[in-house]
Ligand binder design. Sequence first.
Ligand code: NAP
Ligand code: GLV
Length: 313
Amino acid sequence: MKILFYTPHSDASAWLHDLAQALPRADLREWKPGDTAPADYAIVWRPPRELFARRAGLRAVFNLGAGVDAILALEHAQPGTLPREAALVRLEDTGMAAQMAEYVTYAVLRYMRRFDEYERLQAERRWHVLEPHPRRTFTVGVLGLGVLGTHVAKTLTSFGLPVRGYSRSEKNIGGVATYAGAGQLDAFLDGVKVLVNLLPSTPDTHGVLNRRTFAKLARGAYLVNVARGEHLVEEDLLDALKDGRIAAATLDVFRKEPLSADHPFWNEPRITITPHSSAETLREESVQQVAQKIEALERGEAISGIVDLARGY
Ligand code: NAP
Ligand code: GLV
């Protein structure tokens, strides 16, 4: 079987080495511009459109991340970019759920125990005890109860916090109050103290973190966006911080990455910024999962993680 590999990062040789070990029968090559030779599978992260040109024989495209928005954007801009017969397959967890749970737990506990405010007091050399937030009203709402959101929500319940989750279809997750569908969004948001976003980026979810959403939360709520920058209406967050509706935000993702040096978020002390690093793609776990799925397809078996192109995730 012939396999194409592409990443815009510089570590292609390490990936090719590990893939060759996991798939010893495969004929692996790094895709370079101009390569239209036949391939059975493509393993890619943020590929250029050209990679898909004249790829009639491609059976599956493995996306080296959970979010497939970059690939689907190519298809939306120019329908027919993705070969019709090729399944688009996303990574399922591969170590990202644990990383995401660490990141979100850190942010939630930092706000609950008011470490963000103690950091500012320390900078002013002020010794001052702050009243802790009451745990029973420190409700965390997780938007998106997929592979990552479910793990994050379950992890947060272990701190005795009230945890809610929101998804498209109904869920039953021990200790988590679940809400499903647009009709239950307002009830989900009502009084939430920390809103965590783990939705996929789709036309339905773009701009979901907006002034109307913020108005439903508890006053002085916190926002943790670890999904995609397109979910957030940036001006609405700045306004909500100004009027106190939102107390602080932790943002890992942005509409334009890297965040430009003159972006107003850098000047807002109540926004904590990380460079899209909340859950990294881990090579060992990802190679293992993709290799197992390719072997399964070769045996004619069904695999999980196939993206529904109409739904967009
Ligand atoms: P997933 O398994 O596909 O889960 C998506 C969840 O969102 C599902 O629960 C789904 O509902 C729900 N959903 C989708 N559209 C919805 C809508 N319109 N209304 C309500 N709920 C909706 O995805 P995942 O693996 O958990 O990953 C989530 C996202 O995290 C990725 O798409 C990616 O953008 C982001 N991510 C970021 C990083 C980072 O480093 N910052 C790393 C990895 C992933 P159903 O369950 O009912 O289908
Ligand atoms: C990272 O952002 C991913 O979608 O895996």
